[in-house]
Write a protein that binds this ligand. Structure first.
Ligand SMILES: NC(=O)c1ccc[n+]([C@@H]2O[C@H](COP(=O)([O-])OP(=O)(O)OC[C@H]3O[C@@H](n4cnc5c(N)ncnc54)[C@H](O)[C@@H]3O)[C@@H](O)[C@H]2O)c1
Length: 347
Protein backbone atom coordinates (compact mmCIF):
# COMPACT_ATOMS: atom_id res chain seq x y z
CA UNK A 1 0.00 0.00 0.00
CA UNK A 2 1.18 3.51 -0.78
CA UNK A 3 0.98 6.46 1.60
CA UNK A 4 0.57 9.98 0.19
CA UNK A 5 3.72 11.39 -1.36
CA UNK A 6 5.58 8.11 -1.86
CA UNK A 7 7.52 8.35 -5.06
CA UNK A 8 6.82 5.44 -7.36
CA UNK A 9 8.17 4.92 -10.83
CA UNK A 10 5.04 4.90 -13.03
CA UNK A 11 6.84 2.70 -15.57
CA UNK A 12 7.78 -0.16 -13.20
CA UNK A 13 5.34 -0.11 -10.29
CA UNK A 14 1.76 0.69 -11.23
CA UNK A 15 -0.51 1.99 -8.50
CA UNK A 16 -3.31 -0.44 -7.65
CA UNK A 17 -6.72 1.21 -8.00
CA UNK A 18 -10.13 0.14 -6.73
CA UNK A 19 -13.63 1.45 -7.38
CA UNK A 20 -16.43 1.21 -4.81
CA UNK A 21 -19.86 1.60 -6.47
CA UNK A 22 -20.28 0.67 -10.12
CA UNK A 23 -23.38 2.61 -11.15
CA UNK A 24 -23.58 5.14 -13.96
CA UNK A 25 -20.52 7.08 -12.72
CA UNK A 26 -18.48 4.31 -11.06
CA UNK A 27 -18.41 2.19 -14.20
CA UNK A 28 -16.62 5.10 -15.91
CA UNK A 29 -14.02 5.30 -13.12
CA UNK A 30 -13.35 1.56 -13.63
CA UNK A 31 -13.11 1.95 -17.42
CA UNK A 32 -10.57 4.76 -17.15
CA UNK A 33 -8.39 3.18 -14.42
CA UNK A 34 -8.23 0.12 -16.63
CA UNK A 35 -6.03 1.93 -19.18
CA UNK A 36 -4.55 4.81 -17.19
CA UNK A 37 -0.73 4.83 -17.49
CA UNK A 38 0.94 4.05 -14.17
CA UNK A 39 -2.23 2.52 -12.71
CA UNK A 40 -3.81 -0.92 -12.78
CA UNK A 41 -7.45 -1.60 -11.89
CA UNK A 42 -7.03 -4.18 -9.11
CA UNK A 43 -10.52 -4.51 -7.62
CA UNK A 44 -14.14 -3.38 -7.82
CA UNK A 45 -16.91 -3.58 -5.22
CA UNK A 46 -20.69 -3.35 -5.50
CA UNK A 47 -23.48 -5.43 -3.94
CA UNK A 48 -25.11 -5.62 -7.39
CA UNK A 49 -23.72 -8.80 -9.06
CA UNK A 50 -24.66 -7.73 -12.59
CA UNK A 51 -22.84 -4.43 -12.25
CA UNK A 52 -19.79 -6.20 -10.85
CA UNK A 53 -19.68 -8.60 -13.77
CA UNK A 54 -20.21 -5.84 -16.33
CA UNK A 55 -17.33 -3.80 -14.85
CA UNK A 56 -15.05 -6.83 -14.74
CA UNK A 57 -15.89 -8.08 -18.25
CA UNK A 58 -12.70 -8.58 -20.28
CA UNK A 59 -10.54 -7.25 -17.41
CA UNK A 60 -8.59 -9.34 -14.88
CA UNK A 61 -10.00 -7.58 -11.82
CA UNK A 62 -11.02 -8.95 -8.40
CA UNK A 63 -14.76 -8.57 -7.65
CA UNK A 64 -16.30 -8.07 -4.20
CA UNK A 65 -19.86 -7.52 -3.05
CA UNK A 66 -18.55 -6.11 0.27
CA UNK A 67 -16.08 -3.22 -0.06
CA UNK A 68 -14.69 -3.82 3.45
CA UNK A 69 -13.55 -7.31 2.43
CA UNK A 70 -12.08 -5.79 -0.72
CA UNK A 71 -10.06 -3.26 1.30
CA UNK A 72 -8.76 -6.00 3.60
CA UNK A 73 -7.86 -8.48 0.89
CA UNK A 74 -6.53 -6.26 -1.91
CA UNK A 75 -5.11 -3.25 -0.01
CA UNK A 76 -5.34 -0.81 -2.96
CA UNK A 77 -3.19 2.34 -3.25
CA UNK A 78 -6.02 4.53 -4.46
CA UNK A 79 -9.78 4.20 -4.24
CA UNK A 80 -12.66 5.96 -6.01
CA UNK A 81 -15.79 6.17 -3.86
CA UNK A 82 -18.75 6.33 -6.23
CA UNK A 83 -21.64 5.15 -4.05
CA UNK A 84 -24.83 7.20 -3.44
CA UNK A 85 -24.08 10.45 -1.59
CA UNK A 86 -25.66 9.28 1.69
CA UNK A 87 -22.95 6.57 1.91
CA UNK A 88 -19.89 8.75 1.14
CA UNK A 89 -19.15 9.40 4.81
CA UNK A 90 -19.26 5.76 6.03
CA UNK A 91 -17.34 4.39 3.05
CA UNK A 92 -14.74 7.22 3.14
CA UNK A 93 -14.00 6.63 6.84
CA UNK A 94 -13.50 2.90 6.18
CA UNK A 95 -11.21 3.62 3.21
CA UNK A 96 -9.16 6.06 5.30
CA UNK A 97 -8.93 3.56 8.16
CA UNK A 98 -7.52 1.05 5.67
CA UNK A 99 -4.78 3.62 4.86
CA UNK A 100 -5.84 4.18 1.23
CA UNK A 101 -5.75 7.42 -0.76
CA UNK A 102 -9.26 8.39 -1.84
CA UNK A 103 -11.25 10.27 -4.41
CA UNK A 104 -14.77 10.89 -3.10
CA UNK A 105 -17.36 11.76 -5.71
CA UNK A 106 -19.13 15.07 -5.22
CA UNK A 107 -20.59 16.19 -2.91
CA UNK A 108 -17.90 15.29 -0.39
CA UNK A 109 -20.60 14.07 2.01
CA UNK A 110 -24.31 14.46 2.71
CA UNK A 111 -23.80 16.94 5.58
CA UNK A 112 -21.17 19.44 6.64
CA UNK A 113 -20.53 17.58 9.92
CA UNK A 114 -19.83 14.37 8.01
CA UNK A 115 -17.58 16.25 5.57
CA UNK A 116 -15.47 17.70 8.40
CA UNK A 117 -15.15 14.23 9.96
CA UNK A 118 -13.90 12.76 6.68
CA UNK A 119 -11.43 15.62 6.09
CA UNK A 120 -10.07 15.40 9.63
CA UNK A 121 -9.65 11.61 9.42
CA UNK A 122 -7.82 11.85 6.07
CA UNK A 123 -5.45 14.53 7.39
CA UNK A 124 -4.72 12.49 10.53
CA UNK A 125 -4.04 9.35 8.47
CA UNK A 126 -1.81 11.24 6.01
CA UNK A 127 -3.67 9.98 2.95
CA UNK A 128 -4.52 11.99 -0.17
CA UNK A 129 -8.17 13.05 -0.28
CA UNK A 130 -9.66 14.70 -3.34
CA UNK A 131 -13.26 15.39 -4.36
CA UNK A 132 -14.82 14.65 -7.76
CA UNK A 133 -15.58 18.22 -8.85
CA UNK A 134 -15.16 17.10 -12.43
CA UNK A 135 -15.75 20.45 -14.17
CA UNK A 136 -12.34 21.66 -12.91
CA UNK A 137 -10.83 19.21 -15.38
CA UNK A 138 -12.90 20.33 -18.39
CA UNK A 139 -10.41 21.75 -20.93
CA UNK A 140 -12.72 24.71 -21.66
CA UNK A 141 -12.71 25.66 -17.97
CA UNK A 142 -8.94 25.27 -17.77
CA UNK A 143 -8.55 27.57 -20.78
CA UNK A 144 -10.97 30.09 -19.25
CA UNK A 145 -9.04 30.05 -15.97
CA UNK A 146 -5.79 30.68 -17.86
CA UNK A 147 -7.27 33.62 -19.78
CA UNK A 148 -8.80 35.19 -16.66
CA UNK A 149 -5.45 34.87 -14.86
CA UNK A 150 -3.81 36.74 -17.76
CA UNK A 151 -6.29 39.58 -17.22
CA UNK A 152 -8.46 39.01 -20.30
CA UNK A 153 -11.91 40.28 -19.42
CA UNK A 154 -10.81 42.36 -16.46
CA UNK A 155 -12.74 42.33 -13.22
CA UNK A 156 -15.54 39.76 -13.00
CA UNK A 157 -18.98 41.18 -12.31
CA UNK A 158 -21.23 38.13 -12.48
CA UNK A 159 -21.04 34.38 -13.09
CA UNK A 160 -24.17 32.58 -14.24
CA UNK A 161 -24.54 28.79 -14.31
CA UNK A 162 -27.33 26.90 -16.02
CA UNK A 163 -27.34 23.16 -15.30
CA UNK A 164 -30.67 21.66 -16.28
CA UNK A 165 -31.98 18.34 -17.57
CA UNK A 166 -34.44 15.51 -17.04
CA UNK A 167 -35.19 13.84 -13.70
CA UNK A 168 -32.69 11.09 -12.63
CA UNK A 169 -35.00 8.61 -10.87
CA UNK A 170 -32.06 6.71 -9.34
CA UNK A 171 -31.15 9.67 -7.08
CA UNK A 172 -33.44 9.74 -4.06
CA UNK A 173 -31.18 10.46 -1.11
CA UNK A 174 -30.43 14.14 -1.87
CA UNK A 175 -32.06 16.99 -3.78
CA UNK A 176 -30.77 18.78 -6.84
CA UNK A 177 -28.95 21.40 -4.74
CA UNK A 178 -26.66 18.82 -3.08
CA UNK A 179 -26.35 16.77 -6.25
CA UNK A 180 -25.63 19.41 -8.91
CA UNK A 181 -24.96 22.84 -7.36
CA UNK A 182 -21.53 21.83 -5.92
CA UNK A 183 -20.21 21.66 -9.51
CA UNK A 184 -21.10 25.29 -10.20
CA UNK A 185 -20.28 26.65 -6.75
CA UNK A 186 -16.84 25.04 -7.01
CA UNK A 187 -16.15 26.47 -10.47
CA UNK A 188 -17.23 29.95 -9.39
CA UNK A 189 -14.96 29.80 -6.30
CA UNK A 190 -12.11 28.47 -8.45
CA UNK A 191 -12.40 31.19 -11.12
CA UNK A 192 -12.87 34.03 -8.64
CA UNK A 193 -10.41 32.65 -6.06
CA UNK A 194 -12.94 33.89 -3.54
CA UNK A 195 -15.49 32.45 -1.10
CA UNK A 196 -19.24 32.84 -0.90
CA UNK A 197 -20.40 35.22 1.83
CA UNK A 198 -24.18 34.85 1.61
CA UNK A 199 -26.85 33.21 -0.53
CA UNK A 200 -30.52 33.51 -1.34
CA UNK A 201 -32.54 30.75 -3.01
CA UNK A 202 -36.02 29.81 -4.15
CA UNK A 203 -36.53 26.05 -4.55
CA UNK A 204 -39.37 23.59 -5.10
CA UNK A 205 -39.85 19.82 -5.08
CA UNK A 206 -42.22 18.95 -7.90
CA UNK A 207 -41.41 15.26 -8.49
CA UNK A 208 -39.19 14.34 -5.52
CA UNK A 209 -41.36 15.82 -2.80
CA UNK A 210 -38.83 14.87 -0.06
CA UNK A 211 -36.19 17.13 -1.62
CA UNK A 212 -36.08 20.05 -4.06
CA UNK A 213 -35.69 19.38 -7.78
CA UNK A 214 -35.52 22.99 -8.99
CA UNK A 215 -33.57 25.94 -7.58
CA UNK A 216 -32.91 29.55 -8.49
CA UNK A 217 -30.04 30.80 -6.36
CA UNK A 218 -28.04 33.98 -5.92
CA UNK A 219 -24.55 33.98 -4.39
CA UNK A 220 -22.69 37.00 -3.06
CA UNK A 221 -18.91 36.54 -2.97
CA UNK A 222 -16.66 38.27 -0.40
CA UNK A 223 -15.07 40.63 -2.94
CA UNK A 224 -18.42 41.61 -4.47
CA UNK A 225 -18.91 39.36 -7.51
CA UNK A 226 -22.33 37.78 -7.86
CA UNK A 227 -23.20 34.23 -8.85
CA UNK A 228 -26.52 33.13 -10.34
CA UNK A 229 -27.59 29.47 -10.30
CA UNK A 230 -30.36 28.08 -12.52
CA UNK A 231 -30.37 24.36 -11.73
CA UNK A 232 -33.06 21.72 -12.07
CA UNK A 233 -34.08 18.16 -12.91
CA UNK A 234 -37.27 19.29 -14.64
CA UNK A 235 -36.11 20.36 -18.10
CA UNK A 236 -36.74 18.02 -21.08
CA UNK A 237 -33.30 18.78 -22.58
CA UNK A 238 -29.82 18.75 -21.08
CA UNK A 239 -27.89 22.01 -20.81
CA UNK A 240 -24.73 22.81 -18.83
CA UNK A 241 -23.45 26.35 -19.43
CA UNK A 242 -21.46 29.03 -17.66
CA UNK A 243 -21.24 32.70 -18.53
CA UNK A 244 -18.64 34.93 -16.94
CA UNK A 245 -19.56 38.58 -17.37
CA UNK A 246 -16.54 40.82 -16.88
CA UNK A 247 -15.80 44.47 -17.52
CA UNK A 248 -14.10 43.95 -20.89
CA UNK A 249 -16.39 41.24 -22.21
CA UNK A 250 -18.23 38.02 -21.54
CA UNK A 251 -16.97 34.41 -21.68
CA UNK A 252 -19.36 31.54 -22.41
CA UNK A 253 -18.46 27.91 -21.62
CA UNK A 254 -20.52 25.01 -22.89
CA UNK A 255 -19.34 22.19 -20.60
CA UNK A 256 -20.34 19.08 -22.62
CA UNK A 257 -19.26 20.65 -25.94
CA UNK A 258 -16.02 21.91 -24.31
CA UNK A 259 -16.27 25.23 -26.13
CA UNK A 260 -15.20 28.67 -24.95
CA UNK A 261 -16.34 31.93 -26.54
CA UNK A 262 -15.50 35.54 -25.75
CA UNK A 263 -17.88 38.41 -26.59
CA UNK A 264 -15.83 41.58 -26.46
CA UNK A 265 -17.18 44.77 -24.92
CA UNK A 266 -16.19 47.13 -27.74
CA UNK A 267 -16.42 50.17 -25.48
CA UNK A 268 -14.07 48.73 -22.87
CA UNK A 269 -11.41 51.38 -23.15
CA UNK A 270 -12.56 51.89 -19.59
CA UNK A 271 -10.63 53.25 -16.67
CA UNK A 272 -9.34 50.59 -14.25
CA UNK A 273 -12.12 49.48 -11.92
CA UNK A 274 -15.13 50.93 -13.72
CA UNK A 275 -16.95 50.46 -17.02
CA UNK A 276 -17.34 53.61 -19.11
CA UNK A 277 -19.85 51.94 -21.41
CA UNK A 278 -20.89 48.59 -22.92
CA UNK A 279 -21.34 48.03 -26.65
CA UNK A 280 -21.35 44.86 -28.75
CA UNK A 281 -17.98 43.81 -30.15
CA UNK A 282 -16.53 40.84 -32.02
CA UNK A 283 -16.99 37.27 -30.79
CA UNK A 284 -14.08 34.80 -30.73
CA UNK A 285 -14.40 31.04 -30.37
CA UNK A 286 -11.17 29.48 -29.12
CA UNK A 287 -9.92 26.16 -30.44
CA UNK A 288 -9.60 23.81 -27.49
CA UNK A 289 -8.44 20.19 -27.85
CA UNK A 290 -11.14 18.01 -26.25
CA UNK A 291 -10.30 15.58 -23.44
CA UNK A 292 -12.53 13.44 -21.23
CA UNK A 293 -12.68 15.40 -17.93
CA UNK A 294 -12.91 12.24 -15.80
CA UNK A 295 -9.68 10.93 -17.33
CA UNK A 296 -7.93 14.25 -16.55
CA UNK A 297 -9.35 14.07 -13.00
CA UNK A 298 -8.05 10.53 -12.41
CA UNK A 299 -4.64 11.49 -13.86
CA UNK A 300 -4.53 14.37 -11.36
CA UNK A 301 -5.47 12.00 -8.51
CA UNK A 302 -2.73 9.57 -9.59
CA UNK A 303 -0.15 12.37 -9.76
CA UNK A 304 -1.13 13.66 -6.31
CA UNK A 305 -0.80 10.15 -4.85
CA UNK A 306 2.64 9.84 -6.46
CA UNK A 307 3.62 13.15 -4.89
CA UNK A 308 4.24 14.61 -8.35
CA UNK A 309 1.55 17.33 -8.17
CA UNK A 310 -0.54 19.05 -5.51
CA UNK A 311 -4.11 17.91 -4.88
CA UNK A 312 -6.22 20.01 -7.24
CA UNK A 313 -9.63 19.76 -5.52
CA UNK A 314 -9.00 19.63 -1.78
CA UNK A 315 -11.21 18.56 1.11
CA UNK A 316 -11.58 22.29 1.91
CA UNK A 317 -12.93 22.89 -1.60
CA UNK A 318 -15.42 20.05 -1.08
CA UNK A 319 -16.48 21.45 2.29
CA UNK A 320 -16.85 25.01 0.95
CA UNK A 321 -19.08 23.84 -1.92
CA UNK A 322 -21.18 21.73 0.42
CA UNK A 323 -21.50 24.54 3.00
CA UNK A 324 -22.81 26.84 0.26
CA UNK A 325 -25.22 24.13 -0.95
CA UNK A 326 -26.52 23.69 2.60
CA UNK A 327 -26.98 27.46 2.91
CA UNK A 328 -29.02 27.44 -0.33
CA UNK A 329 -31.29 24.69 1.07
CA UNK A 330 -31.75 26.66 4.30
CA UNK A 331 -32.42 29.90 2.45
CA UNK A 332 -35.11 28.25 0.34
CA UNK A 333 -36.72 26.79 3.46
CA UNK A 334 -36.57 29.96 5.53
CA UNK A 335 -37.27 32.44 2.67
CA UNK A 336 -34.36 34.65 3.66
CA UNK A 337 -30.68 35.25 2.84
CA UNK A 338 -28.25 32.99 4.71
CA UNK A 339 -24.66 33.84 5.59
CA UNK A 340 -22.24 31.01 4.79
CA UNK A 341 -20.05 30.15 7.78
CA UNK A 342 -16.37 30.88 7.01
CA UNK A 343 -14.33 27.76 6.42
CA UNK A 344 -12.05 26.78 9.27
CA UNK A 345 -9.36 24.51 7.79
CA UNK A 346 -9.12 21.08 9.37
CA UNK A 347 -12.05 21.68 11.75
N1 LIG B 1 -18.83 13.98 -10.95
C1 LIG B 1 -19.90 13.76 -11.67
O1 LIG B 1 -20.10 14.34 -12.73
C2 LIG B 1 -20.91 12.75 -11.21
C3 LIG B 1 -21.88 12.26 -12.09
C4 LIG B 1 -22.77 11.30 -11.61
C5 LIG B 1 -22.71 10.90 -10.29
N2 LIG B 1 -21.77 11.41 -9.45
C6 LIG B 1 -21.69 10.99 -8.03
O2 LIG B 1 -21.34 9.62 -7.99
C7 LIG B 1 -22.03 8.98 -6.93
C8 LIG B 1 -22.81 7.79 -7.51
O3 LIG B 1 -23.75 8.28 -8.45
P1 LIG B 1 -24.30 7.37 -9.64
O4 LIG B 1 -25.07 8.29 -10.50
O5 LIG B 1 -23.24 6.55 -10.22
O6 LIG B 1 -25.32 6.44 -8.82
P2 LIG B 1 -25.85 5.01 -9.20
O7 LIG B 1 -27.09 4.81 -8.38
O8 LIG B 1 -25.93 4.84 -10.66
O9 LIG B 1 -24.69 4.04 -8.66
C9 LIG B 1 -24.42 3.84 -7.30
C10 LIG B 1 -23.80 2.44 -7.17
O10 LIG B 1 -23.36 2.27 -5.81
C11 LIG B 1 -23.63 0.92 -5.47
N3 LIG B 1 -23.63 0.77 -4.02
C12 LIG B 1 -24.61 1.04 -3.12
N4 LIG B 1 -24.21 0.72 -1.89
C13 LIG B 1 -22.95 0.23 -1.99
C14 LIG B 1 -22.01 -0.28 -1.07
N5 LIG B 1 -22.28 -0.34 0.25
N6 LIG B 1 -20.82 -0.73 -1.51
C15 LIG B 1 -20.51 -0.67 -2.84
N7 LIG B 1 -21.37 -0.19 -3.77
C16 LIG B 1 -22.58 0.25 -3.35
C17 LIG B 1 -24.98 0.64 -6.11
O11 LIG B 1 -25.25 -0.76 -6.20
C18 LIG B 1 -24.78 1.30 -7.45
O12 LIG B 1 -24.23 0.40 -8.40
C19 LIG B 1 -22.91 10.04 -6.28
O13 LIG B 1 -22.25 10.56 -5.16
C20 LIG B 1 -23.03 11.13 -7.33
O14 LIG B 1 -23.18 12.41 -6.78
C21 LIG B 1 -20.86 12.31 -9.90
Amino acid sequence: MCAAGDTLDTMSAPLRAAVIGLGSMGSNHARIYNDLPGVELAAVADPDRQRLERAAASRPVAMFDDYRVMLRETRPDLVSIVVPTGLHHRVALDVIEAGCNLLVEKPIAASIEQAHEVATAAAAAGVVLTVGHIERYNPAVQELKRRLAEGQGGRIIQLRARRVGPFPHRIRDVGVIHDLAPHDIDIMRHLLEDDVERVFAEAQGRINTDNEDIVAGVLHFNRGAMGVLDINWLTPMKERKLTVLAEKGMFVVDYPAQTLEFYENFAASAREGSIASVTEGPMTRYLIPNREPLRVELEAFRDAVLGQAPVQVTAEDGIAALATAEALVRSAGEHQPITVAPLVAGS
